[in-house]
Design a binder for this molecule. Structure first.
Ligand SMILES: CCCCCCCCC/C=C/C(=O)SCCNC(=O)CCNC(=O)[C@H](O)C(C)(C)COP(=O)(O)OP(=O)(O)OC[C@H]1O[C@@H](n2cnc3c(N)ncnc32)[C@H](O)[C@@H]1OP(=O)(O)O
Ligand SMILES: NC(=O)C1=CN([C@@H]2O[C@H](COP(=O)(O)OP(=O)(O)OC[C@H]3O[C@@H](n4cnc5c(N)ncnc54)[C@H](OP(=O)(O)O)[C@@H]3O)[C@@H](O)[C@H]2O)C=CC1
Length: 268
């Protein structure tokens, strides 16, 4: 519903833009007039995605692991040299694995915290110091997860995403002086490439899980992207420090989604 020139001349970075939700976000920004940079770890898939996205506008790609500050700095350097500015940062890269808390070892816990909390913070800090603070303008959207009632079956990501949600509130306050807006989008369960990474026993529960969602379906990647482009646009210029749930009211539903129960059933 946004005008096709909404993001004309805007430079947008989408982390994890090679697949799933991030790919759709990159595509929508391109169709709304932006120039888009995508990054992720896997060079070959990243290049393939960039080629596909180039049908919709100007897209640049660079491999970057958000857990490695030097790689983020190299990405910022490339953007500065090529475009001289950055207007919008979408922190979409992330991931985790399903496991009951008592079985998560230090390495697994740290991998998920580094990916989703530390990596997101490093990306925000580097892009703010290089672009948003000196420019005195910027928009940041953090894709988190529906953690309203904790996240039974994925305690590590629940903790990491809750950390990002609170960081978002803090930075909305600290950086309001620099005219930086920052918000979260919290998807429920979205039909995307991300769901293919879950084991078969969990995928077998998907049909049942949809019935427990008040709107009775999983989300589409477009549902998430629509929230992201709206919050990034001038239509949302007075909105900062919030989390927008895109989950068919899943966060209000007291029924457990059952992930922890499914995990318990494999173990017993
Ligand atoms: C019912 C309906 C409900 C349905 C419920 C559906 C949920 C919907 C809400 C959320 C949906 C999504 O986010 S969709 C998914 C988004 N995409 C993903 O999650 C992609 C997969 N995740 C990742 O790649 C992650 O980033 C991450 C797990 C951190 C991988 O990090 P690394 O690259 O460091 O990978 P590794 O080196 O292999 O892992 C480091 C350690 O992590 C641990 N580890 C990694 N994978 C593991 C695994 N599968 N099981 C156990 N432990 C594991 C081990 O200790 C590993 O060390 P070793 O033992 O030494 O190997
Ligand atoms: N699908 C769902 O139901 C939901 C998804 N989410 C979140 O939305 C985001 C996108 O998920 P989705 O599209 O479904 O899943 P995908 O697995 O398709 O997307 C994850 C993307 O993040 C990139 N990525 C992961 N780790 C890193 C890293 N350390 N550095 C750089 N890039 C990285 C991956 O690329 P590469 O492997 O090349 O690095 C990939 O492009 C994730 O944060 C996910 O947790 C939240 C709620 C629900």
């Amino acid at each position: 519903m946004l005008r096709s020139d909404t993001f004309n001349a805007k430079i947008v970075l989408v982390t994890g833009g090679r697949s799933g939700i991030g790919f759709q976000i990159a595509k929508d920004f391109l169709q709304l007039g932006a120039k888009v940079i995508i990054c992720s770890r896997k060079e070959e898939q990243l290049q393939k995605a960039a080629e596909e996205l180039s049908n919709f506008g100007e897209v640049t790609h660079q491999a970057c692991d958000i857990r490695k500050t030097e790689e983020i700095q190299q990405l910022a350097k490339m953007i500065k040299e090529k475009y001289g500015r950055l207007d919008i940062l979408i922190n979409n890269a992330g991931g985790q694995f399903p496991a009951l808390a008592e079985y998560i070892n230090d390495k697994g816990w740290n991998a998920v915290i580094n990916n989703n909390l530390n990596g997101t913070f490093s990306m925000i800090r580097e892009m703010a110091n290089t672009f948003f603070i000196p420019q005195k303008s910027g928009v940041i959207i953090n894709i988190i997860v529906d953690v309203f009632r904790g996240f039974p079956g994925m305690a590590h990501t629940g903790a990491a995403r809750a950390g990002v949600e609170n960081l978002t509130k803090t930075l909305a306050m600290e950086w309001s002086d620099f005219n930086i807006r920052i918000n979260c989008v919290a998807p429920g369960i979205i039909e995307s490439s991300g769901l293919d990474t879950y084991p078969k026993q969990i995928q077998d529960m998907f049909e049942e899980a949809q019935k427990a969602i008040p709107l009775k379906r999983f989300g589409k990647v477009e549902d998430v992207s629509n929230a992201v482009t709206f919050l990034s646009s001038p239509m949302a210029e007075y909105i900062t420090g919030i989390s927008l749930y895109v989950d068919g009211a899943q966060h209000l539903n007291f029924d457990k989604m059952g992930l922890a129960n499914v995990l318990k059933s494999f173990i017993s």
